[in-house]
Design a protein. Structure first.
Length: 199
């Protein structure tokens, strides 16, 4: 028997937004914003960005429910967590340019949930939101090489045949300059992955 997770996206609220701030502050230095966020700053972000339908960003909660494989025919028994599962992170599309059909990735999971496959499923759902629901053509992101999430992004890049380049000296952290990887997922490659054409 193996343990897996059923992952769904849902609505953010002020309480889940505050949890994201706490997780985010444990990662100080490896993210873009080089300072800790206060509860007041996060509440302002929630009110002015997350709740504002006219903002150029869209955010979703990541909820995970444990599932247990019960036999080789892939039947599954849901663990007793109820509802859509436990809140484990936030994903979003930011800096949306509707006129150019593009947006940037924002993603942060509870550090205790890293390496469990939840991020893979959450990212799949985020691309689905962007490409299938918001009609975007391009979704891009950047990760500093001092961030332990680099292997995760390399995996997504390979999976969706995304474009990737290395940018030198993009982050000064702990007395050193670090490169970043910049990547772009496009609708055509996403469609090819989701609906492959077989001869």
């Amino acid at each position: 028997m193996g343990l897996g997770f059923d992952v769904k996206l849902g609505e953010m609220n002020i309480h889940t937004c505050e949890l994201v701030r706490r997780w985010r502050n444990t990662m100080e230095g490896v993210l873009r914003t080089p300072f800790l966020l206060t509860a007041e700053m996060q509440a302002d972000f929630y009110n002015k960005t997350v709740c504002n339908r006219f903002s150029n960003a869209r955010f979703w909660s990541v909820n995970a429910k444990a599932i247990t494989e019960i036999n080789d025919t892939n039947e599954k028994a849901l663990a007793a967590e109820g509802g859509d599962g436990r809140f484990v992170g936030m994903v979003g599309l930011i800096n949306i340019e509707w006129e150019n059909s593009l947006a940037e990735i924002s993603m942060l999971l509870n550090p205790d949930c890293h390496g469990l496959g939840i991020g893979d499923k959450a990212f799949d759902l985020l691309l689905e939101k962007g490409f299938d629901h918001l009609n975007l053509a391009s979704i891009y992101g950047e990760c500093y090489e001092c961030n332990s999430a680099i292997p995760f992004w390399e995996k997504q890049i390979d999976k969706y045949k995304a474009y990737k380049t290395k940018l030198p000296n993009k982050k000064y952290y702990k007395g050193e300059h670090h490169d970043s990887i910049y990547f772009n997922f496009d609708f055509v490659n996403y469609l090819g992955y989701k609906r492959p054409v077989h001869p």
